[in-house]
Design a protein around this ligand. Structure first.
Ligand code: 13P
Length: 257
């Protein structure tokens, strides 16, 4: 059984004070749900990690970062290591988000180094993959997924790979309000799972969690998460408010698979 995972990627939003307020607001909302049947992860900017960690405490909500560097330490101005993220209270780290691929020259090779470094120090990577609109229109979606998944997971064995969460985020659906239909998302995510079965084996592929990301809102969360190969959501805009994010979590918790 794969536990549904709903993560909020706060991107470059929220000062420390605002982050504390949002985390407190969420904690209050989620407390009303009593037992959480889904895993909830908050990914604030680096500057707010330690404070958000303090707020969530032992509430069961998990902390994640939005990026990491693969070296252990050294003269790498501006970078943050895996052990620093663990120290700040992180369990997860997002790797290879399309915004990092697009604006910061992230490649499959650097994504692979980051996934390996995270696994080696006990952080769970959320590896983002997905096609642009131009790639989809040219019929290249599956080719891009092959490229992102195979190269991102290069040289990672079956024992380790089950600790990876894959986030399928079609670039054209991110921040655009244009959600992939549940059929489009399921189609791509089933493709990823079948690819993992070919790369590893069926049992391993069935263990790995694959999230969908791209304009997830309270209105579409249930239908998306109800798809057989969609094991949760990576939420951007709608994770910036306690009411919308907790509503997404509530909808996802209603899905019984
Ligand atoms: P939106 O939910 O704002 O479309 O962002 C999705 C995303 O990029 C999450 O990582």
């Amino acid at each position: 059984m794969r536990k549904t995972i709903i993560a909020g990627n706060w991107k470059m939003y929220k000062t420390i004070k605002e982050a504390i307020e949002l985390a407190n607001g969420l904690k209050r909302e989620l407390f009303k749900l009593k037992e959480l049947s889904v895993e909830v992860v908050l990914c604030p900017p680096f500057t707010a990690l330690a404070e958000v960690s303090e707020v969530i405490g032992d509430s069961g909500i998990q902390l994640g970062a939005q990026d990491v560097y693969w070296e252990k330490e050294g003269a790498f101005t501006g970078e943050v290591s895996c052990s620093m993220l663990l120290d700040a209270g992180c369990k997860y780290v997002i790797v290879g988000h399309s915004e990092r691929r697009q604006y910061f020259h992230e490649t499959n090779e650097t994504v692979n180094k980051k996934v390996k470094a995270a696994l080696a120090c006990g952080l769970l990577p959320i590896m983002c993959v997905g096609e642009t609109l131009a790639e989809r229109e040219k019929g290249l979606t599956f080719k891009v997924l092959d490229d992102h998944v195979q190269n991102g997971l290069k040289d990672i064995g079956a024992d380790d790979v089950t600790s990876v969460v894959i986030a399928y985020e079609p670039v054209w659906a991110i921040g655009t309000g244009k959600t992939a239909t549940k059929e489009q998302a399921e189609d791509a995510q089933k493709y990823i799972r079948d690819l993992l079965a070919k790369m590893y084996n069926r049992e391993t592929a069935d263990e790995l969690r694959i999230q969908y990301g791209g304009s997830v809102k309270p209105e579409n969360a249930f239908d998306l998460v109800a798809q057989p190969d969609i094991d949760g959501a990576l939420v951007g805009g709608a994770s910036l408010r306690a009411d919308s994010f907790s509503e997404i979590i509530r909808k996802a918790s209603e899905v019984v698979k």
